[in-house]
Design a protein around this ligand. Structure first.
Ligand code: NAP
Length: 309
């Protein structure tokens, strides 16, 4: 086992890199485990137009490369490896990566959240061949085609509206009558002439041929009536799951697995901080994640100063 570091950061989206930048500039010699697929969800995003400071917008992957470079310039050490497990029961905290043990006096958790899939029959085979969880990434491939969007939240409304830029028709399929989406987002979707909304529709099975997706068998959950509908693409927008499986039993989480903050960005364990989508069920923006990464770094710095001598 190597000597205990001051800070280990787990996860590498905007929250993690910003925490890396701040802890590096605070001379805390941070080590980041960025994951095998470093960069987080923005690596799947084409254009980011709402991150302040980029008047012309910026590509998601490009922005993550810039964030990483900026933090590395000040000394952030990055390993593109996954953390297998942690032991937060005593200090220094322990982190296992590819069988090797690392330790740190403070930990910042910024592992983000991933899109949830429906898990309907035939879905696994069509992932990336007509079924996607990211309209921004894949919408372009469905130019002049008919697609469906599954879900009734803001993500579904936003994805449906976005897809009308490319697709000839977008049908939103929602499993119940009322929408979780904000009124303004729902109204915008309803007012869009290219969008049709169907309620009480659950996907039972995806249909496909050798070229890709051709449609779906839908069910009305009220009486089990089945319908067949055709579509060339499907976008699943039913929410996200935080990447906290490796933290089970270590730190307090809500019922969905999002990490809970106790004091500022500190978790239920003193010395363990969390930032970004792994705690955020509300905003989920690159800018809010980056802001929280900064807060976690400052909280960690102050905590180390007061508690570790
Ligand atoms: P969400 O608000 O949790 O909504 C998920 C939707 O998917 C719900 O309508 C839910 O139906 C449906 N759903 C869940 N599991 C399903 C299943 N197995 N089969 C069929 N439908 C299923 O998630 P979200 O839309 O991703 O939004 C998450 C958060 O990000 C929200 O706070 C949202 O406001 C925010 N957000 C904001 C914006 C924006 O303001 N620009 C854009 C996107 C997201 P039920 O309603 O029946 O549970």
């Amino acid at each position: 086992m190597s000597e205990a570091r001051q800070v280990i950061i787990i996860g590498s989206g905007p929250a993690g890199y910003t925490a890396g930048l701040y802890t590096a500039r605070a001379m805390l010699d941070p080590l980041m485990f960025a994951g095998y697929a470093s960069g987080g969800q923005l690596m799947l995003t084409s254009d980011v137009e709402n991150y302040p400071g980029y008047p012309e917008g910026v590509g998601g992957p490009e922005m993550m490369v810039d964030l990483r470079k900026q933090a590395e310039r000040f000394g952030l050490e990055v390993e593109d490896k996954n953390v297998e497990r942690v032991d937060l029961s005593e200090r220094p905290f322990k982190v296992w990566v590819e069988g090797e043990e690392f330790s740190a006096n403070a930990i910042i958790l910024s592992t983000g959240a991933d899109a949830i899939w429906l898990g309907a029959e035939g879905e696994a085979e069509q992932k990336g061949r007509g079924i996607s969880t990211c309209a921004t990434c894949d919408g372009f491939f469905f130019r002049d085609q008919e697609v469906v969007v599954i879900g009734g939240g803001d993500s579904a409304m936003e994805e449906a509206n976005f897809l009308t830029r490319f697709c000839s028709k977008v049908t939103i399929l929602h499993r119940r009558e009322y929408f979780r989406a904000s009124k303004v987002m729902e109204e915008r979707a309803r007012a869009n002439p290219k969008i049709e909304i169907q309620t009480f529709r659950v996907v039972k099975r995806w249909l496909s041929d050798e070229k890709g997706l051709t449609g779906a068998i839908l069910e009305d959950p009220r009486d089990g009536t089945e319908y067949e509908m055709s579509c060339e693409g499907a976008f699943i927008a039913i929410g996200h799951k935080p990447n906290t499986g490796f933290l089970e039993g270590q730190v307090e989480m809500d019922d969905s697995g999002y990490i809970l903050h106790h004091e500022h960005t500190m978790t239920s364990i003193a010395g363990v901080f969390a930032a970004g989508d792994v705690v955020d069920t509300r905003y989920r923006q690159a800018i809010t994640a980056a802001g929280m990464g900064c807060e976690a770094a400052i909280d960690a710095e102050k905590w180390l100063e007061d508690n570790v001598h």
